[in-house]
Design a protein around this ligand. Structure first.
Ligand SMILES: Nc1ncnc2c1ncn2[C@@H]1O[C@H](COP(=O)(O)OP(=O)(O)OP(=O)(O)O)[C@@H](O)[C@H]1O
Length: 269
């Protein structure tokens, strides 16, 4: 018997994407198929320029597929929507608004007719508290650090209660310590809210620590999924315990071998 839970939550069905510029067509992605379960945390890793952001933009609905389809709960995705929130590497907060107003903007957009003003205020504060930024609610983006801006960007995305959270190298521009703190926060948020997350990263340790599965892309052009690794580590995961865990080390080695042996990046001449 088929039940609702048997159906794929998010499905990339033979997705291809080409861009045409000045009459020249280049195929970036070719025949990418993947199904992602509700609550799953999936990382996408691959060399620079292989098409990771393109893939995320297709799921976000910011770009259209050339072939195949993206389906969320069996409905085709072909435009952006609040059910899929994106957090970019370069925090995209509105500089003239306070931290609070940046999050509240998204809350009003999604819940304007469903929640009262007081409820929208409480929900905004709740999400700022989730990322430990409530104390800075009245500050402008220029008055807070890069890590804090990224926290606010995540709060803004979470506050919209998206079905899928799309993270495009969210911690890429941060120092190692801040990055570690935010990774820990993200793991806690994922554990308590059970979001479905797709995260692009270049950081092998980040991918192994956070993910249920790691999708490894081949080099472009015409990039495809080369391998998918399931990370069989129990949760909650503690970074210090993981560092010496045999499963962690094995997963890390598999990803490194994929990237640096089997699909080594060769700079175009
Ligand atoms: N709008 C566009 N028009 C034309 N080409 C594009 C467009 N967007 C992306 N591309 C091309 O698609 C390829 C993949 O780009 P994409 O940004 O998806 O790669 P990436 O894997 O995310 O790279 P990085 O890791 O460096 O961020 C590149 O060759 C890029 O030039």
């Amino acid at each position: 018997m088929t039940t609702a839970s048997d159906k794929p939550y998010l499905k990339l069905d033979h997705v291809g994407k080409s861009f045409t510029r000045a009459g020249v067509t280049s195929e970036v992605l070719k025949d990418v198929s993947l199904t992602i379960d509700r609550n799953e945390f999936v990382s996408i890793i691959g060399h620079s320029g292989c098409g990771k952001s393109t893939l995320l933009n297709l799921v976000a609905g910011l770009t259209q597929v050339s072939t195949g389809a993206v389906l969320l709960e069996e409905r085709e995705v072909n435009s952006p929507g609040p059910d899929r929130a994106v957090v970019f590497q370069n925090h995209s907060l509105l500089p003239w608004l306070s931290v609070y107003a940046n999050v509240r903007l998204g809350v009003d957009k999604v819940f304007g007719s469903k929640k009262t003003r007081a409820e929208r205020h409480d929900w905004t504060m709740h999400n700022l508290e989730l990322v430990q930024m409530a104390h800075a609610k009245d500050k402008r983006p220029s008055e807070i650090s890069g890590g804090m801006k990224q926290r606010v960007g995540i709060a803004r995305a979470l506050a919209m209660e998206p079905k899928v959270l799309l993270l495009d190298e969210p911690f890429g521009a941060l120092d190692a310590l801040t990055r570690a703190h935010l990774q820990d926060s993200l793991m806690q948020i994922h554990a308590s809210l059970g979001n479905t997350v797709i995260m692009i990263t270049h950081d092998v340790d980040e991918a192994v620590l956070l993910s249920d599965r790691i999708v490894m892309m081949t080099n472009g052009p015409s990039a495809r999924i080369g391998e998918v690794l399931t990370v069989e580590l129990p949760r909650p995961r503690k970074r210090l315990e993981m560092a010496a865990h045999p499963t962690y080390l094995k997963a890390r080695e598999s990803v490194l071998r994929f990237l640096y042996e089997r699909h080594r990046f060769v700079e175009a001449a």
